[in-house]
Write a protein that binds this ligand. Structure first.
Ligand code: 13P
Ligand code: SF4
Length: 309
């Protein structure tokens, strides 16, 4: 069968099962183009968490990495949250196990704990508040303590530190996102030489040198808004390359260039149409967060949602 026809038929089958089961597909901005095109909603971590709470669907097919699907599950005990490929595990979230956080809390007993949403649920259960890249600065400012343990991304910690007089202690000391960390200042300088009129828009998971060189730093949702709203029509994009699809789709009159074409998150790319169809049919793998963790993790996530209204 020709590939195009096969694709159209597969999309039709998925749409039919979604209707029959009252299911919704939520996709992160880094998902494959065909997955983004199939989703009811595409967004950043904060937008996806809010969307998961708003939906009246019974089943959420969550096309993102594990911590995002877990956040949706924690916030929606009555809904079934399904992740098409269970292997979509964010390597950054793995860098802050519970024991490492407990050890840091013992050394800094007066500090409050703000954790990036890219964290294991077991660690979220120990946090005072969660944040995303969209609200990290706002959350840090809203906390009571003058010293904060902040993890697991040291680059996001750097971004938050630049906007506050509070003392931010990264935990672990060297946490990072492999896909963003490899975007080098030299890549950016070269890209700027090739496109001198382009504005530079980067994610706060990029290294400090890249952040300092950029015109704008924002979450993936924020990067979308900036590129669409400012008058400029050429942009250098410093984040995972999946965002380019949405940018080109929603602002076709503008030009977007990736700072690094190798900034790919393999875990984000694991969900495919084939896996989504099987997940919808079988209603698994379901994301289940152990109940002893759910309540504590939920209060830290809900505090974030309240503080970043
Ligand atoms: P955003 O919340 O900005 O989409 O970031 C999530 C993420 O995993 C970035 O690597
Ligand atoms: Fe995790 Fe980085 Fe992938 Fe985002 S891009 S999901 S932080 S590994």
């Amino acid at each position: 069968m020709d590939m195009r026809k096969e694709h159209v038929e597969q999309v039709e089958r998925i749409e039919r099962i979604k209707r029959e089961k009252n299911a919704i597909i939520l996709a992160h901005n880094y998902q494959r183009a065909e997955v983004q095109d199939l989703a009811e909603f595409v967004g950043d971590s904060l937008e996806l968490a809010r969307k998961a709470m708003d939906t009246t669907s019974d089943i959420i097919i969550f096309c993102g990495v594990d911590f995002m699907a877990e956040t949706a599950a924690v916030l929606n005990p009555g809904k079934k949250v399904i992740i098409p490929d269970r292997g979509a595990i964010c390597p950054m979230a793995q860098q802050l196990p519970r024991e490492v956080l407990l050890a840091a809390k013992r050394v800094h007993p007066d500090a409050e704990v703000v954790l990036y949403v890219n964290t294991l649920a077991e660690s979220k259960a120990l946090a005072d508040c969660i944040c995303t890249s969209a609200n990290a600065r706002e959350i840090v400012d809203a906390m009571d303590a003058s010293t904060l343990l902040f993890g697991p991304d040291r680059n996001l910690a750097y971004y938050a530190q630049k906007a506050t007089s509070k003392k931010i202690i990264p935990v672990p000391e060297l946490g990072l996102c492999p896909s963003h960390h490899q975007i080098a200042l030299e890549d950016l300088i070269k890209a700027k030489e090739a496109h001198p009129g382009a504005k530079i828009v980067v994610h706060p998971e990029c290294i400090p040198e890249v952040q300092d060189y950029a015109d704008y730093i924002a979450s993936t949702g924020g990067m979308m808004r900036i590129c669409k709203e400012v008058e400029d029509d050429e942009f250098l994009i410093g984040t995972e390359v999946g965002l380019l699809h949405r940018l080109e789709k929603e602002a076709p009159e503008k030009k977007f260039y990736p700072v690094s074409t190798t900034a790919v998150c393999p875990q984000m790319k694991m969900h495919t149409l084939e896996k989504i169809e099987v997940a919808l049919e079988k209603e698994k793998p379901e994301v289940v967060v152990p109940h002893e963790i759910v309540d504590k993790a939920r209060s830290a996530i809900e505090r974030m949602l309240e503080l970043s209204k």
